[in-house]
Ligand binder design. Structure first.
Ligand SMILES: Nc1ncnc2c1ncn2[C@@H]1O[C@H](COP(=O)(O)OP(=O)(O)OP(=O)(O)O)[C@@H](O)[C@H]1O
Ligand SMILES: [Mg+2]
Length: 264
């Protein structure tokens, strides 16, 4: 089994409050994990531990089997795409400068390479090239979100962390962004951790869904399994309505085992 990310017996405390305890999780390479749970249950905390923005009080995070404690934190972060909801863009930088931020660090003086990367990613996320010189304040919410995703992807990371990235956009834009993200995911074979509070979105995008409550794992399973065999009353309640209304792609209803990006 090719494990990309591993949480090993993690504990996290804020003041007196234990947010996570004995939290262990393995994420296989190429998996698209959606994370859902009640507000304050520790989703953002878990995500930020992967790129070292939050340190566990006990336990270890391994990436490709290597403890991230031992890694250069700046380099670690550059290798992991991170897209969050809201004001993720540098307001004083143009679209082009925002997207090229990490690639230009990596490419050094090779400006042509960076420029090509910006054009490529703008195209992939569905941004018109003519928006390049604009500043974030001159873009719509959906466009800003796309720039944020392009920026997260532009460093060609092997891991992409997304924290409710489509929360602030309308339904139509959201649907488009979901489709684009799935396309990018299929094309790149990237490993994704995606936090959402929308169970429909979690079931639609994930190859696996992680359901958390109070920092504890309620279930970690493919969407079809959540629907057919909810592990706890919490999950049962979460998927109850979806079971009646949700239409999973056929290949995922028939086969509860994760079968890799190619199978989707
Ligand atoms: N810096 C901090 N200091 C103290 N408590 C914190 C801090 N950051 C987070 N917490 C607490 O830890 C818990 C988990 O927070 P976290 O941000 O991971 O939740 P979440 O699952 O992402 O919630 P939401 O769905 O609302 O975004 C919450 O109870 C929160 O109040
Ligand atoms: Mg959060």
């Amino acid at each position: 089994m090719n494990i990309e990310i591993e949480f090993k017996d993690i504990k996290k405390i804020y003041g007196e409050k234990v947010v996570m305890e004995h939290f262990s999780l393995q994420v296989r390479k190429g998996e698209f994990v959606t994370i859902i749970g009640s507000s304050g249950c520790g989703k953002t905390t878990a995500l930020k531990m992967v790129n070292g923005l939050i340190r566990p009080d006990a336990g270890d995070i391994l990436i490709h089997g290597e403890n991230i404690r031992d890694k250069d934190q700046t380099r670690l972060r550059r290798g992991i795409g991170y897209a969050i909801q809201g004001s993720v863009l540098f307001p004083h930088m143009t679209v082009e400068q925002n997207i090229s931020y990490v690639p230009s660090l990596l490419n050094g003086r090779d400006r042509a390479r960076t420029k090509a990367a910006v054009s490529k990613w703008m195209k992939i996320v569905g941004l018109d090239e003519e928006l390049k010189e604009r500043y974030p304040a001159e873009l719509s919410g959906g466009q800003q979100q796309r720039v944020g995703i392009a920026r997260a992807l532009a460093a060609s990371p092997e891991i992409l962390l997304m924290d409710e990235p489509f929360g602030a956009v309308d339904e139509i834009t959201r649907g488009q962004l979901q489709e684009e993200l799935l396309r990018i995911y299929r094309e790149t074979g990237i490993t994704v951790l995606f936090v959402t509070h929308d169970i429909g979105e979690a079931l639609k995008l994930g190859t696996k869904v992680l359901v958390l409550d109070q920092g504890e794992i309620q279930q970690y399973a493919p969407p079809a399994e959540l629907l057919s065999r909810p592990a706890t009353p919490f999950v049962e309640q979460l998927v109850e309505r979806e079971r009646r209304t949700c239409h999973l792609p056929e290949e995922r209803l028939g086969d509860c085992e994760f079968s890799g990006a190619a199978g989707r």
